[in-house]
Design a protein around this ligand. Structure first.
Ligand code: ATP
Length: 363
């Protein structure tokens, strides 16, 4: 296994498009790091640069203790699993799994041993003599994973490996990948545009947008302390509620909006520095509490309920507050109906503040 280090790594495509501005970070030996971001943010480019499938326009890439900028993919000791896994249709699962090792000229006993290990780890023992056409989509994706596993590489690179699977299989294969990672203690870099996959799998997550790293942190830190508005909006579903207004001091800090104002209950020297300036206040849907369900909470604002969406274990209240749309996640037994006016509150420490100009977090 090996650590990966990026030092000011850049990617400019020949047409002048800057796909990665300048990335510097380390992936620890044995870490599962997720690259997440919207379509076109540069995550596949970055993964392909680690693989050696894309040239590096600037900076230094290190795998283990070797600078790999000019090392071809086959000499990087990496294995890549793609979204569109191509299995050889005329070969059995056993032959597909062992193919890479056979090409490399590994001894038959070693191939047999590694194929048996991977197959038992992935639950493919019963399928070893089947051809891909006789497998389900999930089983095929497991064979694709198995082909990477048998090579026992220093680093696994996975590019949206679950996106061709249906929702249920995606979930079970995701758990499978987490389990494999724990068992092997392998260094893995995993690309996805799916925030749930990122949050559940990543030990740390790199959030990318427009070729720029927005934040690199643990899932919980990203969720609880998003570094800017992009990260705040990207992670969390339904998305964080945002109130645009001006910070005023009148009996404590208040947010003054086009229509009305409310007491924030929060204060800090950093916030005070933004007094009488525009700020954006964020509250996650689970932190926007109805006074009806939380009798102890101070009443801070009122909203009109438009749509009530039960999702089983909770209910999403879609509300209007002036021009703003708000969402709150409330317990499933709520009595609140569309058309109701509700009083809302929040714990001051659950608020997020952002500078509208720089979009950076203020705290
Ligand atoms: P997706 O989730 O859609 O796969 P991504 O985040 O993986 O997106 P990349 O495929 O890395 O994004 O592409 C990053 C940017 O670079 C995009 O704007 C894309 O159009 C551009 N790009 C990708 N490959 C090339 C290329 N060969 N030449 C020029 N531009 C490219």
């Amino acid at each position: 296994m090996a650590a990966v280090r990026l030092d000011k790594v850049r990617k400019v495509y020949p047409n002048g498009h800057v796909a990665l501005k300048e990335a510097s970070f380390d992936i620890a030996d044995g870490e599962l790091l997720v690259l997440v971001g919207p379509s076109g943010c540069g995550k596949t480019t970055l993964l392909r640069m680690i693989a050696g499938l894309e040239s590096i326009s600037g900076g230094t890439m290190t795998i283990g203790d070797r600078v790999v900028n000019d090392v071809p993919p086959k000499d990087r000791d990496i294995a890549m699993v793609f979204q569109n896994y191509a299995l050889y249709p005329h070969m059995t699962v056993r032959e597909n799994l062992g193919f890479g090792l056979r090409l490399r000229g590994s001894p038959k006993e070693e191939i047999d041993r590694r194929v048996a290990d991977a197959s038992s780890m992935l639950g493919l023992d019963e399928r070893l003599e089947h051809r891909p056409a006789a497998l389900s989509g999930g089983q095929r994706q497991r064979v694709a994973l198995g082909r990477a596993l048998v090579r026992d590489p220093a680093v696994f690179l996975l590019d949206e490996p679950l996106s061709n699977l249906d929702a249920k299989l995606r979930l079970s294969t995701r758990v499978e990948i987490a389990r494999i990672h724990r068992r092997l203690g392998a260094t893995m870099v995993y690309v996805t545009h799916d925030q749930i996959e990122a949050m559940t799998l990543g030990q740390r997550i790199v959030v990318l947008n427009g070729g720029v790293i927005q934040q690199l942190d643990t899932p919980m830190n990203l969720y609880n302390k998003p570094a800017n508005l992009f990260v705040a909006g990207f992670l969390g579903s339904p998305a964080m509620n945002l109130f645009h207004g001006t910070l005023r001091r009148a009996d404590g800090l208040r947010l003054e909006m086009k229509e009305g104002s409310f007491a924030l209950g929060a204060d800090s020297p950093l916030l005070a520095a933004h007094l009488d300036k525009p700020v954006i206040v964020g509250v996650r849907p689970e932190d926007l509490l109805t006074v009806a369900d939380h009798p102890g909470i101070a009443e801070r604002l009122h909203a009109h309920v438009d749509v009530v969406e039960p999702v089983g274990n909770e209910v999403f209240l879609n509300m209007r507050h002036g021009d703003d749309e708000l969402v709150a996640r409330v317990p499933p037994h709520t009595a609140i109906q569309p058309g109701n006016d509700v009083a809302l509150g929040f714990q001051a420490e659950r608020l997020h503040f952002f500078d509208p100009e720089s979009t950076a977090r203020i705290d």
